[in-house]
Structures are given as structure tokens and as C-alpha cells.
Ligand binder design. Structure first.
Ligand SMILES: NC(=O)c1ccc[n+]([C@@H]2O[C@H](COP(=O)([O-])OP(=O)(O)OC[C@H]3O[C@@H](n4cnc5c(N)ncnc54)[C@H](OP(=O)(O)O)[C@@H]3O)[C@@H](O)[C@H]2O)c1
Length: 316
């Protein structure tokens, strides 16, 4: 099969588009024919070696942990799926990923893909969707009527966060540059702050939840808008316990985990017309280098997806 692997940590030049052995499903695994693979910032962060202390990968490693495809074979003991089922997944990030024609995934990390969207749009959902679910619903326990500030509301995570928070009945405030304001409002945001022209802490009223997708100075300034007893959930960098105490707030750091039950809930929302992934760019597998460069530039609106089956631009 064709795959995009790294043999070394480093810049875009370490990405190798090459022939690789097709993996075999072990007991409890399914073999998935990849139709589309989402690109996420974690892909190029892993490529650059930033997470090597945390994740203990052995190289070579196939990158990419967002996938939609079709079950091609079953490992021993798999009972939930059958060959031909259309599925999506955010598989275990410690194993080979989805920038490939085939991937082996644990059955427990896979769910049936939403029926109402194609593989390209389904592949844009698992990693970002689970990130929002585990941050806003599990960690923050967001409820109707609460106010939530979502940083980078036009990005892959933010664009799903706005819709899911609004769906829960929250008052949603997003940050984005001016070119993305109409997009973020169309997703359901009640207020949009132009982070290039205003300091959000001077214009946003107190919120119950901050969803920090940026870290650094943005995280530090976010404490100022949090109500006492509110929660700052970061997916960018672990918040400071001292800052939380000083502001009378709570904090959580989320590193997204595979979860088939939550994926099934996400698929249900998509098929009910309540959640939609925006895909800004679709590229062939061989163009993973370009996709990662676009992602690393930091201004993706929605998602970038590699289409592995079918002619790019014509749908799978
Ligand atoms: N911990 C975890 O498990 C986990 C999971 C998923 C993601 N993450 C991390 O979360 C971050 C976001 O992920 P993502 O997939 O959403 O990234 P992304 O899609 O690449 O985010 C791009 C978006 O960021 C916005 N942006 C850039 N600078 C901004 C600023 N100063 N203020 C507000 N918005 C800004 C851009 O909007 P404009 O073009 O309008 O500037 C663009 O829409 C990444 O660092 C990623 O690694 C962590």
C-alpha cells in the first residue's frame, strides 16, 4: 500500500510517501481501507518531535489520527462490525496512523460513520469532535445558559466547539480574525471578538467556561474573564494551579482519548443536521507535505483532509 511515514523527527522533508506493507489486524482489531484522513496540528507536532517524551513512538511511524473508511478485514474475536461497514475513528495515537491506504484500529475505537456525509467530511470529525466532547462536556460539564469563550473559533476544534456548545444551549463567544467572523456567526456564535483589533479580556463579560486552544499569553489573559468558580479547560498547555487559585477558578488539561461511544453520539448529531464539519482544503495522500504546511501556518478555517480513495475534488 501507499503510506506517508517518518523515519526521523524533523521538518517537512522527513515525510516519506512510499510503498509500505499492508498491516494485518490482530485479535480485537479491524483493518480499515482508508477513504479519507484528516490532518491535525498534532501530526506535524509529532513529526517535529515535540511529543516524543510523552508518546514513546517507535519509528518508522505512519502519521495521521483521523480516519473515515470501510472495514476490509476483521481480526479474531471482532463481532461488532462486518466487512464493508463504513466507519470513522480517532485511533490510538501511539500506533501507526491513517496517512495510508489501510490502517489497523482496535474495534473499541471505531464507530459507524455518519450516513449523511461523505468520507472526506466524516474524516474531519473524530479528533476535533472528541476533543470538544471531552473538554466541554466531560471536563467542563457545560450546561444550558452558561457562557463559554472559545478561542480560535474558526479552527478545526473551534468550529465544532461553537456548534456543540450552542447545541447544549450555551451563550457562545468566539475569537477569530475579521475574515472569519461571518463563518463563526453562521456556526451559531452569539458574539465574535476580533483578536487582531481588540483584547478579548476588555470586551468579553464574565464566562463560566473558557476553552483554551491556544495556550501562552492567551491562556494567561483568559483568567481575567472567568467567573469565580468557573473552569478554564486547555488543550494547548497545562494551566497554572497558582493562577487558578488566584482567580478563584478551576482548570483542566485535556489530551483527547479514543472513544467509540462519543463518536456514535457525534455521528447522530451530524445525521440529525445539528453538527457539520467544514472542510477548507482537500488534497491527495501524496500531498501530505503541503497539507501539513497549511496546517502549521495556523489559519485553517475548519479542516484540511487527505482524500485517499476517489479523485480529489470529485468526492470519494
Ligand atoms: N490536547 C489535545 O488533545 C488537542 C486536541 C486537538 C487539538 N489540540 C491543539 O489545539 C490547537 C487547535 O487545534 P485546531 O485543530 O483547532 O487548530 P487549527 O484548525 O489549525 O486552528 C486554526 C485556527 O486558529 C485561529 N487562530 C490563530 N491564531 C489565533 C489567535 N491568536 N486567536 C484566535 N484564533 C486564532 C485561526 O483563525 P484566524 O485565521 O481567524 O486567525 C484558525 O481558524 C492546536 O495547537 C492543537 O495541537 C490539542
Amino acid at each position: 500500500m501507499k503510506a506517508v511515514s517518518i523515519y526521523y523527527y524533523g521538518g517537512p522533508g522527513v515525510l516519506a510517501y512510499e510503498d509500505a506493507p499492508r498491516p494485518h489486524p490482530a485479535p480485537g482489531d479491524v483493518l480499515v481501507r482508508v477513504h479519507a484522513a484528516g490532518i491535525n496540528p498534532v501530526d506535524w507536532k509529532i513529526r517535529e518531535g515535540h511529543l516524543k517524551e510523552m508518546l514513546h513512538h517507535t519509528l518508522p511511524l505512519v502519521l495521521g489520527w483521523d480516519v473515515s473508511g470501510v472495514i476490509a478485514a476483521l481480526g479474531a474475536g471482532v463481532t461488532r462490525f462486518k466487512v464493508g461497514d463504513e466507519v470513522f475513528s480517532r485511533p490510538d495515537i501511539e500506533r501507526d496512523g491513517a496517512y495510508a491506504e489501510f490502517i489497523v484500529i482496535r474495534e473499541t475505537e471505531v464507530a459507524w460513520k455518519p450516513k449523511s456525509v461523505d468520507h472526506v467530511h466524516a474524516a474531519a470529525l473524530p479528533l476535533a469532535g472528541l476533543t470538544v466532547w471531552q473538554s466541554l462536556f466531560d471536563a467542563a460539564a457545560l450546561t444550558a445558559g452558561q457562557r463559554v469563550l472559545i478561542h480560535a473559533a474558526a479552527g478545526g476544534v473551534g468550529s465544532l466547539a461553537v456548534q456543540l456548545a450552542k447545541g447544549r444551549g450555551a451563550h457562545v463567544i468566539g475569537t477569530a480574525s475579521a475574515k472569519n467572523h461571518a463563518f463563526v456567526r453562521a456556526l451559531g456564535a452569539d458574539e465574535v471578538v476580533d483578536y487582531e483589533r481588540e483584547r478579548f479580556e476588555t470586551v468579553v463579560g464574565p464566562v463560566d467556561v473558557v476553552f483554551d486552544t491556544m495556550g501562552g499569553d492567551i491562556q494567561t489573559r483568559s483568567w481575567k474573564v472567568l467567573k469565580r468558580g468557573g473552569i478554564l479547560v486547555s488543550i494547548a498547555s497545562p494551566p497554572s494551579a497558582e493562577a487558578a487559585v488566584a482567580h478563584g477558578g478551576r482548570f483542566a488539561f485535556v489530551f483527547t482519548q479514543p472513544n467509540a461511544a462519543q463518536l456514535a453520539e457525534i455521528a447522530t448529531l451530524v445525521d440529525a443536521g445539528k453538527l457539520k464539519a467544514s472542510v477548507e482544503t482537500v488534497l491527495p495522500l501524496a500531498a501530505a507535505v503541503r497539507g501539513q504546511a497549511l496546517s502549521a501556518a495556523g489559519h485553517t478555517r475548519g479542516k484540511i483532509v487527505l482524500q485517499v480513495v476517489g479523485e480529489v475534488g470529485r468526492g470519494p
